[in-house]
Design a protein around this ligand. Structure first.
Ligand code: GH3
Ligand code: MG
Ligand code: MG
Length: 460
């Protein structure tokens, strides 16, 4: 005898009711006439609708105010219970209902058609499971993911996301043999903006720049905040010419944008562009773009430079020994901040004596000394500081080339006056400090001091 044919015993009904009553999931039975024949306790708790009321109703998604994930009411035509009874479809879907406290409850709903032994549909079961925990867990994972990959100020990708994408894309484009370019951008004189208009205005300017970059970012590309006021754009399947053109359009648009938080003034940015080459790594490509950016800065800013414009090529030995550092080494010394000729009306021996006073008073370290050449290193704390500057003090290298001279007519005269012409070159010790806002001013101040110790005047 088959189980299906057996009439339920009072004991069977008791077990059945006990199970349905104690289940944590909401259970609804709907017959083929769409009458609700069972509405268990958990269903009452989930929806706030009593079994007494529900079991007198015909099934209608409106009874439950059943909504989809976008909180749109589910119509009878889209209702999984009605479809199960009419078409025999099984469904698992995420739905939302509003409970008696008017809170939105997130539920996983399983709907199964129920067939008799003859195969005819006799109704459907609906099983509802509270999904709030899973949904909040998913939202949390999503939030954590956003935190790990997004820059919190501008909402664009952060440095970590950029690093990962860049490494992958370098490998991918090299493999496919397709063009790939990188644009690095740095806002000009940004420190002054903070100093003049406040950090909040500075933040708003960073957000505005990120928004502009997004506008110029194609679908497959990535725009990221590299750090501080530096941004990068990764341009897939894009060569140097196209990337340079894009950077030029961004430069122009940015320079033409006026900012309310800066009392209507506009800002500029400098750009470096590099295209992927055979044998590149993410790092070598980035270094080339950074080199181009430095060129853009040294050409007066508000400019776009492509790394193929005159960047020195590594020779085999350099590459072998220094890896990607080759051009840092080759491009040494760091470009100077100031180079001037002065003349002091004393012979070389006395000029050297005067220089000694400067060395002692500024605790300078003598890095190199040759017959007519001296290189001094001066620690940042011993270089004059500009008021209100928040920069960490930049150490400087001061190079002096001294030449003793007499004028021809002096030479003929008795007691001809010997003079010393001194070429003074001041550069920051480190390459990156070249871009510091106050470096120029402090180098000038240092020069004036040196000139006064040497009792020199500008050599015309
Ligand atoms: P340059 O034209 O040579 O690039 O000059 P700069 O002043 O832009 O360059 P520098 O590197 O000296 O200064 C960058 C400044 O950017 C220093 C820092 O105060 C500012 N900055 C970095 N991150 C933020 C930020 O999140 N918010 C704001 N408001 N300022 C920032
Ligand atoms: Mg910068
Ligand atoms: Mg800057």
């Amino acid at each position: 005898m088959s189980c299906a044919g057996r009439l339920p015993t009072p004991e069977g009904i008791l077990f059945h009711d006990h199970l349905l009553g104690s289940m944590p999931d909401g259970i609804v039975f709907v017959d083929s006439e769409f009458r609700i024949v069972k509405w268990n306790r958990a269903m009452e708790l989930l929806t706030g609708i009593s079994a007494e009321y529900a079991e007198q109703q015909r099934w209608d998604p409106a009874v439950l105010q059943l909504r989809d994930e976008r909180f749109k009411l589910i119509s009878a035509a889209r209702c999984p219970v009605i479809r199960a009874i009419r078409q025999g479809t099984k469904t698992h879907q995420h739905v939302l209902v509003t409970n008696s406290k008017r809170d939105k409850v997130s539920l996983d709903a399983w709907v199964m058609p129920v067939r008799g032994t003859d195969g005819a549909i006799r109704g459907a079961t609906l099983q509802m499971q509270d999904a709030s925990f899973r949904v909040s867990l998913e939202a949390r994972v999503q939030q954590l993911n956003e935190k790990a990959t997004r820059d919190s100020l501008t909402g664009i990708a952060n440095r970590a996301e950029f690093d990962g994408a860049h490494q992958r894309w370098v490998a991918g484009h090299l493999q496919r043999g397709s063009a790939y370019s990188l644009i690095i951008c740095d806002l000009d004189y940004f420190k002054r903006i903070n100093d003049m208009h406040g950090h909040q205005a500075g933040d708003e300017a960073l957000i505005a720049f990120a928004t502009l970059l997004r506008k110029y970012c194609h679908n497959a590309d990535l725009v990221a905040r590299y750090g501080g006021e530096e941004f990068v754009m990764l341009c897939c399947d894009c060569d140097r010419i196209a990337a340079t053109g894009r950077a030029e359009r961004i430069r122009e648009a940015w320079a033409g944008q006026s900012h309310a938080m800066l009392n209507g003034r506009s800002l500029t940015a400098s750009f470096g562009v590099a295209q992927l080459r055979a044998g590149d790594t993410g790092e070598t490509m980035l270094r080339r773009a950074d080199w181009a950016l430095l060129q853009a800065k040294s050409r007066g800013r508000n400019a776009v430079v492509s790394s193929d414009e005159g960047m020195p090529e590594p020779d085999a030995k350099d590459q072998q020994h220094n890896g990607w550092l080759w051009w840092w080494r080759r491009s040494r010394p760091v470009p100077h901040l100031l180079q001037r000729h002065v003349v002091t009306l004393v012979p070389l021996r006395l000029a050297a004596e005067k220089l000694r006073g400067f060395v002692i008073d500024h605790a300078a370290e003598i890095r190199e000394v040759a017959e007519q050449r001296v290189v001094l290193e001066i620690a940042g704390k011993n270089v004059p500081r500009i008021r209100h500057s928040t920069d960490r003090p930049t150490p400087f290298l001061v190079e002096l080339n001294l030449v003793e001279v007499t004028d021809d007519h002096d030479r003929c005269a008795r007691g001809a006056q010997l003079r010393t012409v001194v070429q003074i070159t001041i550069r920051p010790k480190r390459h990156r400090d070249r871009r510091r806002d106050t470096a120029d001013e402090r180098a000038r101040e240092l020069f004036l001091r040196l000139k006064s110790y040497l009792m020199a005047r500008d050599d015309s």
